[in-house]
Design a protein around this ligand. Structure first.
Ligand code: 7TS
Length: 406
Protein backbone atom coordinates (compact mmCIF):
# COMPACT_ATOMS: atom_id res chain seq x y z
CA UNK A 1 0.00 0.00 0.00
CA UNK A 2 1.15 3.53 -0.83
CA UNK A 3 2.11 5.26 2.41
CA UNK A 4 3.28 8.82 1.85
CA UNK A 5 4.78 9.12 5.32
CA UNK A 6 6.85 6.03 4.75
CA UNK A 7 7.98 7.38 1.39
CA UNK A 8 8.97 10.72 2.88
CA UNK A 9 11.44 8.88 5.11
CA UNK A 10 13.34 7.84 1.98
CA UNK A 11 14.06 11.51 1.18
CA UNK A 12 16.27 13.01 3.92
CA UNK A 13 15.96 16.56 2.55
CA UNK A 14 12.25 16.61 3.36
CA UNK A 15 13.15 16.78 7.06
CA UNK A 16 15.15 19.97 6.56
CA UNK A 17 14.05 23.33 7.85
CA UNK A 18 14.40 26.63 6.01
CA UNK A 19 14.34 29.89 7.99
CA UNK A 20 13.50 27.69 11.00
CA UNK A 21 10.35 26.40 9.30
CA UNK A 22 9.69 22.93 7.93
CA UNK A 23 10.51 22.76 4.24
CA UNK A 24 7.47 22.50 1.97
CA UNK A 25 9.03 21.55 -1.34
CA UNK A 26 6.67 22.30 -4.24
CA UNK A 27 9.22 22.85 -7.01
CA UNK A 28 9.33 19.32 -8.33
CA UNK A 29 8.75 20.38 -11.92
CA UNK A 30 12.17 22.04 -11.79
CA UNK A 31 13.82 19.07 -10.11
CA UNK A 32 12.76 16.29 -7.78
CA UNK A 33 14.47 15.34 -4.55
CA UNK A 34 16.53 12.16 -4.37
CA UNK A 35 15.81 9.08 -2.28
CA UNK A 36 18.69 8.00 -0.09
CA UNK A 37 19.37 4.84 -2.09
CA UNK A 38 20.11 6.84 -5.27
CA UNK A 39 22.75 8.93 -3.51
CA UNK A 40 24.11 5.87 -1.72
CA UNK A 41 24.58 3.82 -4.86
CA UNK A 42 26.41 6.73 -6.49
CA UNK A 43 28.60 7.16 -3.41
CA UNK A 44 29.37 3.47 -3.45
CA UNK A 45 30.43 3.57 -7.08
CA UNK A 46 32.57 6.67 -6.56
CA UNK A 47 34.18 5.37 -3.39
CA UNK A 48 34.61 1.68 -4.25
CA UNK A 49 34.35 1.01 -7.98
CA UNK A 50 35.08 4.21 -9.92
CA UNK A 51 36.74 3.49 -13.23
CA UNK A 52 36.04 4.56 -16.82
CA UNK A 53 33.55 2.49 -18.77
CA UNK A 54 33.90 0.52 -22.00
CA UNK A 55 37.67 0.87 -21.96
CA UNK A 56 39.42 -1.34 -19.48
CA UNK A 57 39.98 -5.03 -19.16
CA UNK A 58 40.27 -4.65 -15.43
CA UNK A 59 37.84 -5.50 -12.68
CA UNK A 60 36.69 -2.00 -11.76
CA UNK A 61 36.17 -0.91 -15.35
CA UNK A 62 34.07 -3.99 -16.02
CA UNK A 63 32.08 -3.39 -12.86
CA UNK A 64 31.18 0.17 -13.96
CA UNK A 65 30.55 -0.91 -17.56
CA UNK A 66 28.18 -3.63 -16.41
CA UNK A 67 26.31 -1.26 -14.10
CA UNK A 68 26.07 1.37 -16.86
CA UNK A 69 24.64 -1.19 -19.28
CA UNK A 70 22.33 -2.63 -16.62
CA UNK A 71 20.89 0.87 -16.17
CA UNK A 72 20.26 0.96 -19.91
CA UNK A 73 18.13 -2.17 -19.64
CA UNK A 74 16.28 -0.65 -16.67
CA UNK A 75 15.43 2.39 -18.81
CA UNK A 76 14.53 0.19 -21.79
CA UNK A 77 12.09 -1.80 -19.67
CA UNK A 78 10.67 1.28 -17.96
CA UNK A 79 9.69 2.92 -21.26
CA UNK A 80 9.04 -0.44 -22.97
CA UNK A 81 11.53 0.13 -25.75
CA UNK A 82 12.20 -2.91 -27.92
CA UNK A 83 15.99 -2.76 -27.71
CA UNK A 84 18.70 -1.39 -25.43
CA UNK A 85 20.38 0.06 -28.54
CA UNK A 86 17.47 2.49 -28.79
CA UNK A 87 18.30 4.01 -25.39
CA UNK A 88 20.91 6.76 -25.66
CA UNK A 89 22.24 8.46 -22.56
CA UNK A 90 22.54 12.25 -22.76
CA UNK A 91 22.86 15.11 -20.29
CA UNK A 92 19.10 15.57 -20.14
CA UNK A 93 15.99 16.48 -22.11
CA UNK A 94 17.60 19.59 -23.55
CA UNK A 95 20.55 17.68 -24.92
CA UNK A 96 18.34 14.86 -26.22
CA UNK A 97 16.24 17.31 -28.22
CA UNK A 98 19.31 19.13 -29.53
CA UNK A 99 20.80 15.80 -30.59
CA UNK A 100 17.72 15.08 -32.68
CA UNK A 101 17.61 18.63 -34.06
CA UNK A 102 21.20 18.37 -35.25
CA UNK A 103 21.42 14.81 -36.52
CA UNK A 104 17.87 13.96 -37.61
CA UNK A 105 17.70 17.56 -38.77
CA UNK A 106 20.87 17.14 -40.81
CA UNK A 107 19.64 14.03 -42.60
CA UNK A 108 15.89 14.56 -42.86
CA UNK A 109 15.04 18.30 -42.93
CA UNK A 110 15.29 20.35 -46.10
CA UNK A 111 14.31 23.81 -47.31
CA UNK A 112 10.54 24.20 -47.44
CA UNK A 113 9.88 21.45 -44.86
CA UNK A 114 7.75 22.21 -41.82
CA UNK A 115 8.31 21.37 -38.17
CA UNK A 116 5.32 21.58 -35.84
CA UNK A 117 5.49 22.39 -32.13
CA UNK A 118 2.86 23.68 -29.72
CA UNK A 119 2.38 27.02 -28.03
CA UNK A 120 2.85 25.38 -24.62
CA UNK A 121 6.36 23.95 -25.17
CA UNK A 122 9.28 24.48 -22.84
CA UNK A 123 12.02 26.55 -24.54
CA UNK A 124 14.03 23.32 -24.89
CA UNK A 125 11.43 22.09 -27.36
CA UNK A 126 11.24 25.36 -29.31
CA UNK A 127 14.68 26.90 -29.72
CA UNK A 128 16.54 23.85 -31.15
CA UNK A 129 13.84 23.65 -33.87
CA UNK A 130 14.06 27.37 -34.59
CA UNK A 131 17.83 27.00 -34.98
CA UNK A 132 17.32 24.00 -37.25
CA UNK A 133 14.77 25.90 -39.37
CA UNK A 134 17.26 28.74 -39.73
CA UNK A 135 20.03 26.37 -40.82
CA UNK A 136 17.86 24.55 -43.31
CA UNK A 137 15.37 27.11 -44.54
CA UNK A 138 12.52 25.12 -43.01
CA UNK A 139 9.49 26.63 -41.29
CA UNK A 140 8.29 26.31 -37.70
CA UNK A 141 4.51 26.01 -37.23
CA UNK A 142 2.78 26.37 -33.89
CA UNK A 143 -0.34 24.64 -32.56
CA UNK A 144 -2.18 27.07 -30.25
CA UNK A 145 -3.82 26.11 -26.97
CA UNK A 146 -7.15 27.22 -25.53
CA UNK A 147 -7.38 29.42 -22.46
CA UNK A 148 -8.13 26.44 -20.21
CA UNK A 149 -4.79 24.91 -21.26
CA UNK A 150 -6.10 22.33 -23.71
CA UNK A 151 -4.35 21.96 -27.02
CA UNK A 152 -6.46 23.14 -29.96
CA UNK A 153 -6.69 19.82 -31.79
CA UNK A 154 -8.67 21.33 -34.66
CA UNK A 155 -5.89 23.79 -35.31
CA UNK A 156 -3.43 20.92 -35.05
CA UNK A 157 -5.33 18.92 -37.67
CA UNK A 158 -5.35 22.00 -39.89
CA UNK A 159 -1.54 22.17 -39.76
CA UNK A 160 -0.99 18.58 -40.88
CA UNK A 161 0.08 18.31 -44.51
CA UNK A 162 2.73 16.65 -46.64
CA UNK A 163 5.35 19.34 -45.95
CA UNK A 164 5.43 18.53 -42.22
CA UNK A 165 8.47 16.37 -41.43
CA UNK A 166 8.43 16.42 -37.64
CA UNK A 167 5.95 17.08 -34.84
CA UNK A 168 7.59 17.80 -31.46
CA UNK A 169 5.24 17.97 -28.49
CA UNK A 170 5.36 17.91 -24.71
CA UNK A 171 3.54 14.98 -23.13
CA UNK A 172 2.80 17.19 -20.11
CA UNK A 173 3.09 20.98 -20.04
CA UNK A 174 5.46 22.25 -17.35
CA UNK A 175 3.29 25.34 -16.82
CA UNK A 176 -0.30 24.26 -17.43
CA UNK A 177 -0.06 20.62 -16.35
CA UNK A 178 -2.01 19.67 -19.48
CA UNK A 179 -1.58 16.05 -20.49
CA UNK A 180 -1.56 16.23 -24.27
CA UNK A 181 -3.18 13.51 -26.42
CA UNK A 182 0.22 12.39 -27.68
CA UNK A 183 -0.98 9.13 -29.18
CA UNK A 184 -3.46 10.99 -31.41
CA UNK A 185 -0.79 13.53 -32.30
CA UNK A 186 1.76 10.84 -33.20
CA UNK A 187 -0.77 8.95 -35.35
CA UNK A 188 -1.75 12.16 -37.15
CA UNK A 189 1.92 12.99 -37.79
CA UNK A 190 2.54 9.53 -39.22
CA UNK A 191 -0.55 9.82 -41.40
CA UNK A 192 1.07 12.70 -43.32
CA UNK A 193 4.47 11.01 -43.39
CA UNK A 194 5.98 13.07 -40.54
CA UNK A 195 7.95 11.80 -37.55
CA UNK A 196 7.04 12.53 -33.93
CA UNK A 197 9.13 13.48 -30.91
CA UNK A 198 7.68 13.43 -27.39
CA UNK A 199 9.19 15.67 -24.71
CA UNK A 200 8.48 13.52 -21.67
CA UNK A 201 10.37 15.70 -19.15
CA UNK A 202 7.19 16.27 -17.11
CA UNK A 203 5.58 12.91 -17.82
CA UNK A 204 8.21 10.29 -17.09
CA UNK A 205 7.77 10.64 -13.29
CA UNK A 206 3.96 10.68 -13.36
CA UNK A 207 2.62 8.58 -16.26
CA UNK A 208 3.44 5.03 -17.38
CA UNK A 209 5.05 5.29 -20.82
CA UNK A 210 5.18 2.64 -23.53
CA UNK A 211 7.12 3.96 -26.52
CA UNK A 212 6.05 1.06 -28.73
CA UNK A 213 2.38 1.54 -27.94
CA UNK A 214 2.72 5.31 -28.48
CA UNK A 215 4.72 4.54 -31.63
CA UNK A 216 6.71 7.76 -31.10
CA UNK A 217 9.90 8.07 -33.13
CA UNK A 218 11.78 9.88 -30.36
CA UNK A 219 11.18 10.44 -26.67
CA UNK A 220 13.30 12.59 -24.37
CA UNK A 221 13.51 12.91 -20.60
CA UNK A 222 15.81 14.02 -17.76
CA UNK A 223 17.04 11.90 -14.87
CA UNK A 224 16.76 14.66 -12.30
CA UNK A 225 12.99 14.98 -12.72
CA UNK A 226 12.44 11.31 -11.91
CA UNK A 227 14.26 11.28 -8.56
CA UNK A 228 17.61 10.62 -10.22
CA UNK A 229 20.80 12.71 -10.43
CA UNK A 230 21.38 15.86 -12.44
CA UNK A 231 23.45 15.77 -15.61
CA UNK A 232 21.98 12.63 -17.11
CA UNK A 233 19.00 11.98 -19.33
CA UNK A 234 17.72 9.79 -22.10
CA UNK A 235 16.93 9.93 -25.77
CA UNK A 236 14.85 7.04 -27.02
CA UNK A 237 14.79 6.69 -30.81
CA UNK A 238 13.58 4.03 -33.18
CA UNK A 239 16.52 2.00 -34.38
CA UNK A 240 15.83 2.41 -38.10
CA UNK A 241 15.86 6.18 -37.68
CA UNK A 242 18.90 6.35 -35.39
CA UNK A 243 20.80 4.28 -37.91
CA UNK A 244 20.05 6.72 -40.70
CA UNK A 245 21.09 9.73 -38.62
CA UNK A 246 24.71 10.93 -38.74
CA UNK A 247 26.59 11.06 -35.42
CA UNK A 248 26.51 14.33 -33.50
CA UNK A 249 29.62 14.86 -31.40
CA UNK A 250 32.86 13.23 -32.53
CA UNK A 251 35.42 11.70 -30.21
CA UNK A 252 36.15 8.56 -28.25
CA UNK A 253 33.53 5.85 -27.87
CA UNK A 254 31.52 6.85 -30.92
CA UNK A 255 34.02 5.43 -33.42
CA UNK A 256 34.83 2.00 -34.77
CA UNK A 257 38.10 2.82 -36.56
CA UNK A 258 39.88 6.13 -36.91
CA UNK A 259 42.02 6.66 -39.99
CA UNK A 260 43.11 10.00 -41.36
CA UNK A 261 41.66 8.88 -44.68
CA UNK A 262 38.30 7.87 -43.23
CA UNK A 263 36.82 7.17 -39.83
CA UNK A 264 34.02 4.67 -39.29
CA UNK A 265 31.45 5.01 -36.55
CA UNK A 266 30.40 2.76 -33.73
CA UNK A 267 27.16 0.82 -33.45
CA UNK A 268 24.15 2.12 -31.59
CA UNK A 269 23.85 3.39 -28.95
CA UNK A 270 27.55 4.34 -28.69
CA UNK A 271 27.50 6.21 -32.01
CA UNK A 272 25.68 8.98 -30.12
CA UNK A 273 27.65 8.77 -26.86
CA UNK A 274 30.97 10.47 -27.62
CA UNK A 275 33.43 10.87 -24.76
CA UNK A 276 33.33 9.61 -21.19
CA UNK A 277 29.67 9.46 -20.24
CA UNK A 278 28.34 10.35 -16.81
CA UNK A 279 28.27 6.66 -16.00
CA UNK A 280 27.82 7.18 -12.28
CA UNK A 281 24.89 9.45 -13.07
CA UNK A 282 23.53 6.73 -15.33
CA UNK A 283 23.86 4.21 -12.51
CA UNK A 284 22.01 6.66 -10.23
CA UNK A 285 19.26 7.05 -12.81
CA UNK A 286 18.85 3.28 -13.03
CA UNK A 287 18.56 3.16 -9.24
CA UNK A 288 15.97 5.99 -9.25
CA UNK A 289 13.82 4.10 -11.75
CA UNK A 290 14.13 0.94 -9.65
CA UNK A 291 12.97 3.01 -6.68
CA UNK A 292 9.95 4.35 -8.61
CA UNK A 293 9.12 0.79 -9.66
CA UNK A 294 9.38 -0.43 -6.08
CA UNK A 295 6.84 2.21 -4.97
CA UNK A 296 4.72 1.51 -8.06
CA UNK A 297 4.07 4.09 -10.77
CA UNK A 298 0.33 3.33 -10.72
CA UNK A 299 0.23 3.97 -6.98
CA UNK A 300 2.26 7.16 -7.43
CA UNK A 301 -0.10 8.33 -10.18
CA UNK A 302 -3.17 7.61 -8.03
CA UNK A 303 -1.70 9.56 -5.10
CA UNK A 304 -0.73 12.49 -7.32
CA UNK A 305 -4.16 12.56 -9.01
CA UNK A 306 -5.82 12.90 -5.63
CA UNK A 307 -3.34 15.57 -4.65
CA UNK A 308 -3.72 17.71 -7.77
CA UNK A 309 -7.52 17.58 -7.51
CA UNK A 310 -7.24 18.62 -3.86
CA UNK A 311 -4.77 21.38 -4.72
CA UNK A 312 -6.94 22.81 -7.51
CA UNK A 313 -10.02 22.81 -5.27
CA UNK A 314 -8.25 24.40 -2.31
CA UNK A 315 -6.29 27.01 -4.20
CA UNK A 316 -9.42 28.16 -6.03
CA UNK A 317 -10.75 29.30 -2.64
CA UNK A 318 -7.94 31.82 -2.18
CA UNK A 319 -9.39 35.31 -2.79
CA UNK A 320 -8.03 37.11 -5.88
CA UNK A 321 -6.19 34.04 -7.10
CA UNK A 322 -5.73 33.66 -10.86
CA UNK A 323 -5.26 30.07 -12.04
CA UNK A 324 -3.63 29.14 -15.32
CA UNK A 325 -4.40 25.76 -16.83
CA UNK A 326 -7.45 23.70 -16.00
CA UNK A 327 -7.55 21.05 -18.73
CA UNK A 328 -9.43 17.87 -17.84
CA UNK A 329 -7.11 15.21 -16.43
CA UNK A 330 -4.30 17.67 -15.81
CA UNK A 331 -1.09 16.50 -14.16
CA UNK A 332 0.85 17.65 -11.11
CA UNK A 333 1.35 21.36 -11.80
CA UNK A 334 -0.58 24.39 -10.50
CA UNK A 335 0.41 27.77 -11.91
CA UNK A 336 -1.14 30.91 -10.53
CA UNK A 337 -0.89 34.58 -9.75
CA UNK A 338 -2.48 36.89 -7.20
CA UNK A 339 -4.26 39.96 -8.55
CA UNK A 340 -2.21 43.11 -8.07
CA UNK A 341 0.94 41.30 -6.95
CA UNK A 342 4.13 40.59 -8.86
CA UNK A 343 4.92 36.86 -9.17
CA UNK A 344 8.41 37.41 -7.81
CA UNK A 345 7.11 39.08 -4.62
CA UNK A 346 4.58 36.31 -4.13
CA UNK A 347 7.26 33.63 -4.54
CA UNK A 348 9.59 35.47 -2.16
CA UNK A 349 6.92 35.76 0.54
CA UNK A 350 6.06 32.06 0.21
CA UNK A 351 9.76 31.25 0.46
CA UNK A 352 9.96 33.06 3.80
CA UNK A 353 7.25 30.70 5.03
CA UNK A 354 9.40 27.71 4.03
CA UNK A 355 7.41 27.03 0.86
CA UNK A 356 9.54 26.44 -2.25
CA UNK A 357 7.78 27.32 -5.51
CA UNK A 358 9.04 28.44 -8.90
CA UNK A 359 8.40 31.95 -10.21
CA UNK A 360 9.01 33.69 -13.52
CA UNK A 361 8.38 32.74 -17.11
CA UNK A 362 8.98 29.07 -16.32
CA UNK A 363 11.04 28.59 -19.49
CA UNK A 364 7.84 28.97 -21.49
CA UNK A 365 7.69 32.55 -22.71
CA UNK A 366 4.96 31.82 -25.29
CA UNK A 367 2.65 30.60 -22.51
CA UNK A 368 3.24 33.88 -20.65
CA UNK A 369 2.44 35.80 -23.85
CA UNK A 370 -0.75 33.77 -24.30
CA UNK A 371 -2.07 35.07 -20.97
CA UNK A 372 -0.44 38.48 -21.29
CA UNK A 373 1.66 38.13 -18.13
CA UNK A 374 5.38 38.48 -17.45
CA UNK A 375 5.48 35.52 -15.09
CA UNK A 376 3.61 33.14 -12.84
CA UNK A 377 4.08 31.23 -9.62
CA UNK A 378 4.11 27.47 -9.95
CA UNK A 379 3.61 24.72 -7.40
CA UNK A 380 4.54 21.31 -8.81
CA UNK A 381 3.99 18.02 -7.05
CA UNK A 382 5.82 14.76 -6.55
CA UNK A 383 5.03 11.42 -4.94
CA UNK A 384 6.11 12.62 -1.48
CA UNK A 385 3.86 15.68 -1.28
CA UNK A 386 0.89 15.74 1.08
CA UNK A 387 -2.45 17.46 1.54
CA UNK A 388 -0.94 19.19 4.58
CA UNK A 389 1.63 20.80 2.31
CA UNK A 390 -1.12 22.01 -0.03
CA UNK A 391 -2.89 23.40 3.05
CA UNK A 392 0.30 25.20 4.05
CA UNK A 393 0.56 26.73 0.57
CA UNK A 394 -3.08 27.88 0.61
CA UNK A 395 -2.82 29.23 4.15
CA UNK A 396 0.29 31.13 3.08
CA UNK A 397 -1.46 32.56 0.04
CA UNK A 398 -4.48 33.62 2.08
CA UNK A 399 -2.24 35.34 4.61
CA UNK A 400 -0.36 37.20 1.88
CA UNK A 401 -3.66 38.19 0.25
CA UNK A 402 -4.98 39.56 3.55
CA UNK A 403 -1.86 41.54 4.36
CA UNK A 404 -1.45 43.05 0.92
CA UNK A 405 -5.11 43.81 0.25
CA UNK A 406 -5.19 47.11 -1.59
N1 7TS B 1 10.89 20.03 -21.40
C1 7TS B 1 10.05 20.25 -20.39
C2 7TS B 1 8.57 20.02 -20.59
C3 7TS B 1 10.54 20.68 -19.16
O1 7TS B 1 9.69 20.89 -18.15
C4 7TS B 1 11.94 20.88 -19.00
C5 7TS B 1 12.52 21.41 -17.72
C6 7TS B 1 12.77 20.61 -20.09
C7 7TS B 1 12.21 20.21 -21.28
C8 7TS B 1 14.26 20.74 -20.00
O2 7TS B 1 14.78 19.79 -19.13
P1 7TS B 1 16.32 19.83 -18.70
O3 7TS B 1 16.43 18.80 -17.64
O4 7TS B 1 17.10 19.51 -19.91
O5 7TS B 1 16.58 21.22 -18.20
N2 7TS B 1 11.64 22.16 -16.97
C9 7TS B 1 11.92 22.94 -15.92
C10 7TS B 1 10.95 23.63 -15.24
O6 7TS B 1 9.76 23.58 -15.51
N3 7TS B 1 11.53 24.32 -14.24
O7 7TS B 1 12.84 24.11 -14.28
C11 7TS B 1 13.10 23.25 -15.32
Amino acid sequence: MFDVNQIRKDFPILREQVYGKPLVYLDNGATTQKPRRVVEVMNEYYLRYNSNVHRGVHYLSNKCTDANERARTVVRDYIHAGETEEVIFTRGTTESINLVAYTFGEAFIHAGDEIVVTEMEHHANIVPWQMLCERKGAELKVVPFKDNGELDMEAFAGLMNGRVKLVAVAYVSNVLGTVNPVKRIIDAAHAVGAYALVDAAQAIQHIPIDVRELDCDFLAFSGHKIYGPTGVGVLYGKRELLEQMPPWQGGGEMIKEVRFEKTTYNELPFKFEAGTPDFIGVIGLGEAIEYVKSVGLDEIAAHEHGLIAYAMERIRQVPRIILYGDAPGKSSVVSFGLEGMHHFDLGTLLDKMGIAVRTGQLCADPVMSHYGVTGMVRASLAMYNTEEEIDALCAGLKKIERIFKM
